[in-house]
Ligand binder design. Structure first.
Ligand code: HEC
Length: 120
């Protein structure tokens, strides 16, 4: 009985991970993040790429923008997009961005790691 319960819990938590990713993806497009950061969160000139960046870093930046803090005029642009986000929105978005993989290739290059760089 006990092992049955842990199997159920395990599959629920696995399910929760992929649901979080999916929900984060939906939010990314719903909130218009793709308009500046790109369809694949790859970024473009003046707009940093977000895919596979450290979750802690992304969360820190979004919470900072949400509280109205930015370091320069370019970053001011983020404030109106971050302000409507709830804590769980930020959690879903950063999960999606951190774990991002390209659905066309079904894999991502493990040698491409930008996390931990701490800046844009
Ligand atoms: C109108 C364009 C625009 C939209 C829409 C937008 N961003 Fe940004 N974002 C920016 C700019 C500009 C910066 C700051 C670039 C810099 O620091 O020079 C930025 C920075 C960030 C950063 C910090 C990255 C870093 O390297 O410092 C994160 C995280 C981020 N955006 C997430 C999001 C999310 C999530 C959304 C959707 C809710 C979103 N952005 C929507 C323009 C946009």
């Amino acid at each position: 009985m006990k092992s049955l319960i842990s199997i159920v819990l395990l599959s629920l938590s696995l399910l929760a991970v992929s649901t979080q990713y999916k929900n984060g993806e939906v939010l990314y497009f719903e909130k218009g993040c793709n308009g500046c950061h790109g369809l694949k969160a790859e970024g473009m000139s003046g707009y940093p790429g977000l895919a596979n960046r450290a979750k802690g870093f992304l969360t820190y930046k979004l919470e900072r923008f949400r509280s109205g803090v930015s370091e320069n005029q370019q970053q001011d642009m983020m404030i109106p997009f971050a302000q409507p986000l709830s804590d769980s929105d930020i959690d879903l978005l950063t999960t999606y961005l951190h774990e991002y993989y390209d659905p066309e290739t079904e894999s991502y290059d493990s040698s491409y790691q930008t996390w931990g760089d701490g800046g844009s």
